[in-house]
Design a binder for this molecule. Sequence first.
Ligand code: UT7
Length: 327
Amino acid sequence: MGSTVNKKIRSRIIGVGAALPKKIVTNKDLAQTIDTSDEWIVERTGIKERRIATTNELTSSLGVEASEIAIKNSGLKNSDIEMIVLATATPDNTFPATATAIQKGLGIKNGYAYDIQAVCSGFVFALESADNAIRLEKIKNALVIGSETFSRILDWKDRSTCVLFGDGAGAVVLQSDSSNTNSGILSNHLHSDGEYKDMLYVDGGPSTSSSVGFLKMDGSGVFKHAVKNLSSVVEEALKYNNLKIDDIDLFIPHQANSRILEAVARKVGMDRNKIIMTLDKHANTSAASIPLALYDAVENRKISKGDLILFLAMGGGFTWGSSLIRW
Ligand code: UT7
């Protein structure tokens, strides 16, 4: 459902940060241990390499690193942050929320921190949550993070999944702004349908198993639903905001597969040049992929003040959604 809380207040992104593990694993590296090739992976997915966390690099530590950069870029102090929402499907531990470890890492004592789990759609779910708290005037400054270490839940012998994912984190600082109601986050639309929960899942976890488990996926099934659901949220956001596809300046989608994004672009008439793609270097980093791509766009000066930016995501559950932002 669309959300409208306080039309006089908008949440604005005032700082963006990112963090990647140091270790780069190329397709050629993977081809040394499993039956795959650089050609197959690039042609089928657009992925060329990914970052893989070492045992000392955790979802929390990557989250702290990305957050420190985002807070620094926002001009705020760590102590100004009143709410931390972390989107992750790969927490440090079953509990407590990894967001509290990030809160500790940032030395923040005030406010509250929690995790949100919507797998690859997690970042837009987390953004909606923080945006609602801001527009309800509960807080002024929030930190929204997507951080993942999917390498820990991959079966490195399963070539149909292990080549697709990577590790990393991205973060944004959101701030309450009542100076311009046509700027900041303009809409959020979230969806889920548990009917498809077995198409993309992890076969472990505390309630069902004695282990963390491995990621399992019906790749072509997910592919078809991803094209359909991502296309539908683009159309939903345009309709809700009374816009046309050409009004959008930049699309920042969850990065799962370049062929999915090309199919969505064809279906809804997106200009291919307006889509940020970081798949080639990050692979699919689940909830981290949108803020990582946003950071890349900011760093490469692809965003100007006033631009309309559409985040769109689809993930396990299935979950899917969008956020429209005027920069
Ligand atoms: O964030 C959301 C999560 N995930 C996604 O969005 C992923 C969605 N799905 C996909 O991206 C694609 O379905 C894949 C990239 C996973 C697979 O691409 P595909 O075009 O659907 O290939 P396929 O599964 O139909 O497999 C084609 C062939 C198979 O061989 P046979 O049965 O035709 O002989 C696979 O065994 O490719 C084979 N294959 C591989 N070959 C080399 C599967 N994985 C690999 C691999 N290297 N890594």
